[in-house]
Design a protein around this ligand. Structure first.
Ligand code: 0X9
Ligand code: ZN
Length: 422
């Protein structure tokens, strides 16, 4: 009798989809190392193991300036990994001893005031969307929803336009194209809230004199997946026809030097898989169509990422050539970085072209807007930190990070205007 009861419960649970779903990915005793690379052989060895999903995951690709690469290692691979480091004479620094502990710490327990949306914890897609609806309802005369299109799994990619007067130059912000970079959507919602509620004169002037087009969560499927199934998910969720690995790097899928110069991977299991074709990901295709439609309304394009503390600009495809207005781009970058460093936190941001200060990356959204739409000012902001917490930035750092964003943004826009781009 009891067995029958158990069986019936199992059948009910399975049909409700509860047991059918795979459990949440756990990262017990997964470690993150910062490696210093001295030659091509060492780099090739690390990049090779980086493609062994489940065992390894590259958190931060190799960059030529620092010669460093951040990699997550599964506990079962630790011995092999250490042997490989020794054999190749690669020096390493342990950044995170147990990734799961960091993930657990990130989940703050609800407090009395947690019924209202705020910036002391990270929210799921549904909560961010509900907040967006509240904001659109509360400020109907200056806000308007815009729809970019649909994701692979059929979710709506939503944005908010904030406009206090007609004829303002437009600034477009795309955030959370990489799913696991949770600080980016937290910063985007904070920024939206500031534009609508701040009484600071400088912020008011930012809100009043520019039209803001902001997508808080661009990679909606990936973001949902990073909350529900796998905290370390980066890519989209579109399956591949011939390979079990899912998704492409949406920030390698745009039609600008697509898959050229080793700026992306053609391996579906890589974290920087470019997709089968440019715009193979419905999200990238939708954004291209939307931006093409409203291109006349946009002067500046900014993409929010983490981590590493950089303000990156085109080009991503080469460090041998630079845009004709690169001096201006650097002047604006310096204004951004100086403003942030002057805050009491003293956080240092590096600035410069992606290929020069970071690594070659092709098919990115910012480079597509710069090269194909011909917009002269486009940046990628890589938020805190430099690897101590990486993607799992503790919630107590959300507000300090946002304060840095605001002073940086004020300086960036002021300089961009002074140089005649706005
Ligand atoms: O590799 C990326 O896509 C970005 N870094 S991340 O660690 N967040 O993945 C950098 C993108 C640089 N942007 C442009 N080249 N425009
Ligand atoms: Zn990113």
């Amino acid at each position: 009798m009891r067995l029958l009861w158990l069986l019936a419960t199992l059948v009910a649970l399975t049909s409700a989809g509860i047991l059918k779903d795979s459990p949440k990915e756990r990262y017990d005793n997964f470690r993150v190392y910062k490696l210093t690379i001295q030659n091509k052989i060492q780099l090739a060895a690390i990049e090779k193991i980086g493609e062994l999903t489940k065992k390894y995951n590259i958190w931060k690709e190799y960059d030529e300036r620092s010669r460093q690469i951040d990699i997550m290692v599964s506990p079962g691979e630790l011995n092999h990994f250490q042997e490989l480091l020794k054999f190749n004479n690669i020096s390493s620094e342990l950044m995170i001893e147990n990734v799961q502990e960091r993930i657990d710490e990130e989940q703050v327990t609800p407090t009395a005031d947690s019924a209202t949306f705020g910036w002391t914890k990270y929210y799921e897609l549904e909560e961010i969307e509900a907040w967006l609806d509240e904001i659109l309802n509360a400020y109907p005369s200056v806000t308007e929803e815009f729809i970019v299109g649909k994701s692979y799994e059929g979710r709506t990619i939503r944005g908010i336009k904030i406009s206090h007067k007609a004829g303002n130059p437009g600034i477009f912000i795309e955030s959370n194209i990489h799913a696991r970079e949770w600080i980016t959507s937290a910063s985007a919602t904070w920024f939206i809230n500031q534009l609508l509620t701040s009484e600071d004169a400088d912020v008011r002037s930012l809100a009043d004199n520019y039209d803001w087009h902001i997508i808080p969560v661009f990679n909606v499927d990936g973001f949902e997946y990073s909350h529900k199934k796998d905290r370390m998910w980066r890519k989209t969720r579109q399956p591949h026809a011939t390979n079990a690995c899912i998704g492409a790097d949406a920030n390698r899928n745009f039609d600008s030097y697509w898959l050229q110069n080793n700026g992306a991977s053609d391996n579906p299991c890589s974290e920087t898989f470019a997709g089968d074709n440019p715009e193979s990901e419905p999200e990238a295709k939708a954004l291209v169509e939307y931006l093409t439609k409203i291109q006349d309304q946009i002067s500046v394009y900014i993409s929010f990422h983490s981590y590493g503390q950089y303000l990156l600009s085109p080009y991503g495809h080469t460090n041998e050539e630079f845009p004709e207005n690169y001096n201006d781009i650097l002047t604006i970058g310096k204004a951004f970085a100086d403003a942030i460093e002057a805050l009491p936190y003293g956080t240092v941001y590096q600035y410069g072209s992606t290929a020069d200060v970071l690594y070659v990356a092709t098919g990115t959204s910012v480079d597509w807007v710069f090269n194909e739409l011909g917009k002269k000012i486009g940046y990628t902001i890589e938020y805190r930190d430099k690897g101590r917490y990486g993607f799992i930035l503790p919630p107590v750092q959300i507000i300090p990070n946002c304060e840095e964003l605001m002073v940086g943004m004020l300086a960036l826009i002021e300089k961009t205007k002074e140089l005649g781009y706005l």
